[in-house]
Design a protein around this ligand. Structure first.
Ligand code: SF4
Ligand code: MG
Length: 336
C-alpha cells in the first residue's frame, strides 16, 4: 500500500521518581494520543518548540523507548508487538539520523567500519570484498571521498560527520529514515548541502522521511506534509503549502508569525509566544495551549479539543472548529 508507516494513538508517560509514596506518584506526559501516516516516498515533518514531544515520537516509533500505549504499523505489520529476530528484521526497514552524529560515532572506528557496522551485525554480505564494495558505493552516494575510508570521526567537519551518519543509516537500504533535527547543529551553508543530499537520496532510493525539526524554514522547504505538536499533543496536520498559507490552529498561527522573513535566524533564538510552556508533569486542563491562547474560551479550560478534519486532509485540534458549542462554552476567557 501507499502507507509505509501508520502511527495510532501513541502515548508516552514517564513516571517521575520521587521520595514520595503512594498516591503522589507523578508522570511526565511526554506524548498524548499522537496519530499519523507516512506515505511512500513522502517527507512528513513534525514541528514544535523544544520539549513538545517531537523526539519522543521518533523514539517511540522506533521503540528505542517503549510507548505507554498506541500502535505502530510498518508496512501493515504491527511493529509494536514484534520481538526478538522479528523485531531485528523489521528494524532494518526503519533507521534514525540524529542531530549530533558525532556523539553516535565511535571515535576509535574508521569511517569504513562505522558505515559497515550495520552490515557486519546483520551479516548481509557473504564476502569481505562485497562488504567493502558496498561501503564504497554508499560513501560515493553520500558524497564522501573514498580517500577518507580509513580516517577517524574527529578528522571530519560537522557536515561530513552527518554524511557518515546518513551513510550508516541507509547502508542496509531502509524504507524509512527518521531524521531528528538532522541539520540543526550545522552552519547554514552546510545545512543546505545536507538537505539537498537527503532529497537526492530520497529520489534515488525511494526513501520515506519523518523529518523532526523546530526550524519552520527548513520544514517548509523539505516537507510534503506537516504535523505541529505542543506539550506532547498533535495540534494540526496538513499539506505543507496549506499549513503555511492557511494555518487554522492559534498555536500554528503564532509559530508562523515569527518565521524570519529575511536571513536565517533560528526560531529557537526568539521568544515565540507570551508566557512559558507549561510543565509536562502538570499539563493544563482542557486544551493544553489555553494558558497562552488569545482566543481561549470557557470550554478550552474544561475539555480537551479533539482532532477534527476541518477540510479534506487538514486536521486541527481546537474548539474554534467545534460548531456544537453552547453560548456559555464560547465565553472568552482572559489569558493566564
Ligand atoms: Fe485556543 Fe481554545 Fe483552540 Fe485551545 S482550543 S487553541 S485554547 S481556542
Ligand atoms: Mg521531498
Amino acid at each position: 500500500s501507499d502507507v509505509v508507516l501508520r502511527v495510532e494513538h501513541l502515548t508516552k508517560h514517564y513516571p517521575i521518581k520521587s521520595g514520595l509514596v503512594g498516591r503522589s506518584k507523578r508522570y511526565v506526559h511526554a506524548l498524548e494520543d499522537v496519530s499519523f501516516e507516512l506515505h511512500r516516498g513522502e517527507t512528513f515533518a513534525i514541528v514544535g518548540e523544544s520539549g513538545c514531544g517531537k523526539s519522543t515520537t521518533g523514539k517511540c516509533v522506533l521503540r528505542l523507548t517503549e510507548p505507554t500505549s498506541g500502535k505502530v504499523y510498518l508496512d501493515g505489520e504491527d511493529f509494536t508487538s514484534l520481538k526478538g529476530a522479528d523485531l531485528t528484521r523489521a528494524r532494518q526497514k526503519m533507521k534514525l539520523i540524529f542531530q549530533d552524529p558525532y556523539s553516535s560515532l565511535n571515535p576509535r572506528m574508521t569511517v569504513a567500519d562505522i558505515i559497515a557496522e550495520p552490515i557486519d551485525i546483520a551479516h548481509t554480505y557473504k564476502t569481505r570484498a562485497e562488504r567493502d564494495a558496498r561501503v564504497e558505493e554508499i560513501m560515493q552516494a553520500v558524497g564522501l571521498d573514498l580517500v577518507f575510508k580509513y580516517r577517524y570521526p574527529h578528522e571530519f567537519s560537522g557536515g561530513q560527520r552527518q554524511r557518515i551518519g546518513i551513510a550508516r543509516a541507509i547502508v542496509l537500504e531502509p524504507e524509512i529514515v527518521i531524521c531528528d533535527e538532522p541539520v540543526s547543529a550545522l552552519d547554514v551553508s552546510v545545512q543546505a548541502k545536507v538537505i539537498n543530499l537527503l532529497e537526492e537520496l530520497q529520489e534515488k532510493l525511494g526513501l520515506s522521511y519523518v523529518f523532526i525539526s523546530h526550524d519552520l524554514s527548513v520544514v517548509k522547504h523539505i516537507s510534503d506534509r506537516v504535523m505541529v505538536m505542543y506539550l506532547g499533543h498533535e495540534m494540526e496536520l496538513a499539506e505543507t503549502d496549506e499549513l503555511y498559507d492557511r494555518p487554522l490552529h492559534p498555536y500554528t498561527q503564532a509559530l508562523l508569525d515569527v518565521i524570519p522573513r529575511i536571513g536565517h535566524e533560528r526560531i529557537q533564538d526568539k521568544k515565540i509566544l507570551q508566557g512559558d510552556v507549561p510543565s509536562p508533569t502538570n499539563p493544563p486542563e482542557g486544551c493544553c495551549f489555553h494558558t497562552r491562547c488569545s482566543k481561549c474560551m470557557r470550554v478550552c479550560t474544561e475539555k480537551v479539543p479533539e482532532l477534527r478534519e476541518v477540510k479534506p486532509g487538514h486536521l486541527c485540534a481546537c474548539h474554534l472548529f467545534d460548531e456544537a458549542l453552547s453560548e456559555a462554552e464560547r465565553e472568552l476567557m482572559p489569558m493566564g
